[in-house]
Design a protein around this ligand. Structure first.
Ligand code: HEC
Length: 106
């Protein structure tokens, strides 16, 4: 019986930590965000780019394709975790959704 005591004491703790992890997932609130247009890459963008800062600091930017490409690779250098394919998906999504329309060279 005494062998099991530590496990019995720890089990509720693990359960509490696991339960707490869930509502704080980015998908919960930000997936409803109307400022984020639908499209391929939206979910990937939210998963990869909202772990360090709010997605809003990204979606306030307006950049051309090259600009988004630079920025996404810069964030990958900062530690954003994604495959090359996912980074491409994010670049396409951002340059489609938040283009720099005022810039004729875009
Ligand atoms: C590992 C953490 C991390 C992840 C993941 C991350 N970023 Fe960042 N991001 C940062 C930090 C740190 C800054 C502030 C850097 C600075 O201003 O020098 C920042 C700043 C920014 C800014 C503001 C730049 C400016 O000019 O003020 C944008 C836009 C941005 N990130 C976009 C993205 C995008 C897009 C992704 C997903 C591909 C992403 N971030 C993922 C860490 C991260």
């Amino acid at each position: 019986m005494t062998r099991w005591l530590p496990i019995l004491l720890l089990a509720p703790l693990f359960a509490a930590v696991a339960a707490q992890g869930q509502p704080t997932r980015a998908e919960g609130s930000t997936l409803q965000n109307p400022a984020l247009p639908d499209g391929d890459g939206r979910t990937t963008f939210l998963r990869v780019c909202s772990s360090c800062h709010a997605p809003e600091i990204v979606t306030h930017q307006r950049l051309n394709h090259a600009g988004w490409e630079d920025l996404v690779y810069m964030m990958a250098d900062q530690g954003a975790v994604a495959t090359d394919g996912e980074l491409d998906q994010i670049i396409e999504y951002l340059s489609r959704s938040f283009p720099d329309e005022g810039n004729p060279s875009a």
